[in-house]
Structure formats: C-alpha cells, structure tokens
Design a protein around this ligand. Sequence first.
Ligand SMILES: *Cc1c(COP(=O)(O)O)cnc(C)c1O
Length: 353
Amino acid sequence: MLNFYPGPSKVYPEIRTYLSDAYDEGILGAPHRGEQFVQLSRATVGLLKRKINIPEDYYIFFTSGATECWEILIQSLTKHKSYHIYNGSFGEKWFDYAKKLRPNAEGLAFDLNEPMPVEQLKIGSDTELICFTQNETSNGTQVSATSILNLHNRYRDTLIAVDATSSMAGLNLKFIKADIWFASVQKCFGLPAGLGILVCSPRAIFRAKQMAERGHYNSLVSMYEKMLNYQTTHTPNVLGIYLLRRVLEDRPFVKALDQELVDRSQNLYEFFSQFQDIQLLVENEEVRSRTVIALQATERLVDDIKKRALHHNIRLGNGYGPWLRNTFRIANFPAILDEEFEELKRFFLHYYA
Ligand SMILES: *Cc1c(COP(=O)(O)O)cnc(C)c1O
C-alpha cells in the first residue's frame, strides 16, 4: 500500500528493524528514572538539535502530541489571554481549546489565499501568547518565513507559539524567530503516532517560571524541572522516543530534506495543474504548503478518485473540516520515496487516459 495520507502517514520501513532492536536492547521495560532512559532521552534531544537545526539554548520536551501542546501552552503561559491567527481547522481547534481554558482568548481568521495578515493585527499588550499554525494540514497552506519574521519584529515582547506539526523535520524552520514550536511525530518524522516534540526558547521558560503554573501533570515548569535531568513528569512513550532517536540518527540533515521537499512539491503542483477537473485548492502560489498538497474537485470525482486509488493500493488523504468532501490531500513527507510519487502520477495519468 502506498500511503499519501498526511498523518498518520507512511513510516520509514526501517521502523520494522528498530522495533525489534528496541526489544532486544531491553529499553522497553527500563525504568524512566534510570540511566538507560536518561541516556536515550539526552541523545534524542541532542540529535533533534543537530538534525533539524534547533538552537543549542532552546529546551526540548516530550509530550503525547500536538494537541497536548496546545493545552500545555495555554495553561502554562497565559493567565489572561492568547491571540490566534488561523485559516483552517487545526488553527481554529487550537483557538477553541484556548477559549475553553481562557474565555478572553481572541482570534483572527484569514483567507486561505492570503498571507498571514501581520500588518492588520491589533494585538494588545495584555496578550500573553500569539499562536498560529505554520503549516495548516487541513487545507495545504503555509505561513512563510518572511511572515514569521515580520510577526516577530512587530511583537518582540510577546511570546509567539507555532504549531509546526506537519512541517517540523521536513522544512528547515527558523526556530530563533519564535519562542515555541511543536509537532507530532506521525507527520514529517515518518514515525508512528503517540509522541509530540515541544521546543521552547529560554525566554519562554523564563515566563513559565514567572507564572509558576503547577496545576497539571504536564505544567511547563514541572516539565522543565524534570528535563534538567532528561526526564519527564510521567512515564513517557519510551518506544516512541527510541524510534525517534533511531530515525534521526539515520536520516539526512533537515536542510537537504527541505530542498528535496520544495522541489518535489513544485513538481507535484505542476503535475496536478494539467487536469481540468482537478484544481489546486490554494490558488496563491506564495502560501501553498510544501508538505501537504490539497486538491479540489466535485464530491463525486473526489470520491471516485479515492476509491480507484485504493483499488490500486494507493491511499490518498481525505479532505478535512469544511473541505472534507470536495478535496483530497497528498502528503509530501520525507519518508515517501520519489518512485512512490512516480507511481502516484502514473495512476492519475492512467485515470484520465
Ligand atoms: C496533526 C496535527 C495536529 C494534531 O496532532 P495530534 O498528534 O493528533 O495531537 C495538530 N496540528 C496540526 C497542524 C496537525 O497537522
């Protein structure tokens, strides 16, 4: 089965070997306060920094996934309100969770074909956290490095948190331009679900300490204190961390991966432009995602394409949220091989022949 679902997505085939290695190495039953786990955790943090260009002085934490990060950040870094800029379902869900926890949370929706409207923002000084989604998995848009830089320059005193779930470990993100970044590993990391990576600047940790919120098992200060010894507040997903370490050891540096994904996304957008009854959902090239490609057609056609693809052992991603029925999505993640995309293209050429 060729898997182009944008998460959970194709896992690296090496996972099979890593799984039995994990068993053989005896890490699976090892205590999470013991030396074997601490060494694994430390090695994984070091590899994350080296392989995906996370600044040396940033802090890294293990969570259960991106959704948990949404909650941790609102709980531990806001007392009053966060501000959410979004154009799709994941950004909006984050905003919804924030409103449940902090009813004063504010949000601004923007159009899928527009860049993030940094110039139009009116964010008050009582806002403690600015939140946005770098790669909106639901509709295949992305916020460019330039927009992130502009936001950073405009709101230098406010913490900025970025959901990079479907781009971290694929794109060469400029981590220094925001305080907080997070992702789940079942997207660009090519790993099974159940582990999240939360990345925080020294300034974010400083604020967390000032707020001293300790009401939750994963309050950021508690996580920070435990992570000083490369430990977690609770028994973590040791297998997930082990697999992450192995994948990071074996894969290229993110800079090379980024270039490959950008080239391949351009190729895919060009390829899909040739079909009259399939449209690229995102018309504005500037805001098109490099890692998730969203294609639009009539509900009937989308349904038929997905069914016939499955028949050829190709799994396409369903649409999401408001685009559930009239779009399908294709992951352009590092674990997927070029030759798999060639087969995907052959399927579409054949479909229309
Ligand atoms: C997949 C995804 C999430 C949710 O990840 P979980 O692992 O289910 O918590 C959040 N945000 C974005 C942008 C995503 O793509």
